[in-house]
Design a binder for this molecule. Structure first.
Ligand code: NDP
Length: 330
């Protein structure tokens, strides 16, 4: 079975040389274990942090060992009660074609008619929960709020905007890195969207949100965060979700320079890690899954084929080559 190991730790942008595609023998399956063949695996921005040898909320990947991450696979053989060949399971052993593991480390998921199983890596999985919890619980979104989300054409961002719209936002504004993505955001129901590469974020956001914003969902940090602080109304809230503009930087960013405005505007800024909020998964799947079935929410995916192309998919994600969730199909 093939897998991708971490060959070296990047400084700055990762390159294909940081990854090694290797062939390994799988261990024999023991009592209580399952053999799973992966069908889809996820590449996510947080994996960039795990390539560094630093202490964080999740331990670093180890050199010479396979990377890890969300994957959906099919049980090929089971020696565990409650799981049988053909079952679809979600687990954390991505970046490899097959895995032998304890049954307790996989979760059976139901196939949904008309929906790809990869949805469990996106809209009905970790990114979906991030959008849901970040907007509703962390930013305390309420009907009538004007919302700005950065990274808006990505997995999390596109859902934040659509959930805000479905929950009665007065205005939904998104930013993304290309004109095609901006056009897509308008199709998804965003009231305004802009390409952050055209002029400054501050100028574009002033035009897109002339009456200010009440919530900023931050996926990007730096000048996006600075522009949002400028536009936030009194009592505004920021969900600090990610700061992707800095993940490959070797120096910390200069912005935001206007953080002092938080005092007079009585702003709340709150960071969160989705893993602490798994108790909300049921609510998210019920509500967002319902919208998905009714066709009221759209979950775009960019699908790359082949395990050997997973490093390129990951680097492409950091460069913005995805619209919606970046998925690798095995
Ligand atoms: P996305 O699908 O949004 O993919 C990443 C996107 O980031 C790219 O498509 C690219 O789009 C954008 N991007 C890359 N570099 C920059 C830059 N310098 N400035 C602005 N945008 C940039 O990924 P996810 O939806 O999975 O993740 C979105 C954010 O949410 C990330 O910051 C991630 O770390 C965070 N996150 C946080 C979690 C938590 O628990 N707190 C959980 C999950 C995700 P473009 O073309 O628009 O530049």
């Amino acid at each position: 079975s093939r897998q991708i190991n971490l060959a070296s730790r990047p400084s700055g942008w990762p390159t294909p040389d940081d990854f090694d595609l290797v062939e390994v023998d799988l261990p024999a399956i023991q009592e209580g274990q399952v053999l799973v063949r992966n069908r889809f695996m996820s590449v996510d921005p947080y994996m960039r942090g795990r390539m560094n040898d630093v202490e964080s909320y999740v331990p670093p990947f180890r050199l010479g060992e396979p990377l890890e991450g969300g994957a959906v696979g099919e049980v090929v053989e089971s020696r565990a009660p409650g799981l049988e060949a053909g079952d679809l399971v979600l687990h954390g052993f991505g970046w490899r074609e097959q895995v032998v593991t304890e049954a307790a480390r996989v979760r059976r998921v139901d196939p949904i008619e008309g929906v790809s199983p990869s949805a469990y890596l996106g809209v009905l999985g970790m990114p979906g929960l991030t959008a849901y919890v970040g907007l509703l619980d962390i930013a305390s979104f309420k009907e009538g709020d004007a919302v700005f989300v950065s990274g808006a054409a990505g997995a999390v961002g596109a859902l934040v905007g659509q959930i805000a719209r479905l929950k009665g936002a007065s205005r939904v504004v998104g930013s993304a890195g290309s004109d095609a993505k901006v056009a897509r955001l308008r199709e998804l129901g965003f009231d305004a969207a802009f390409n952050y590469r055209n002029g400054t974020v501050a100028e574009r956001l002033r035009e897109a949100a002339p009456d200010g914003i009440d919530v900023y969902f931050d996926n990007v940090g730096a000048d996006h965060l600075e522009a949002a602080i400028e536009r936030l109304n009194n009592g505004g809230r920021i969900a600090m979700c990610g700061s992707i503009s800095a993940y490959n930087a070797t120096e910390p960013p200069c912005a935001p320079r206007n953080l002092f405005l938080a005092v007079g505007k009585r702003l709340t800024m709150r960071g969160f890690i989705v893993g602490d909020h798994s108790s909300r998964m049921r609510d998210m799947i019920a509500e967002v899954g319902g919208w998905l079935r009714e066709g009221r929410i759209t979950a775009d995916e960019t699908v790359v084929d082949g395990l050997e192309n997973a490093p390129a998919a990951f680097i492409g994600l950091l460069r913005g080559e995805n619209t919606g969730k970046m998925i690798v199909r095995l």
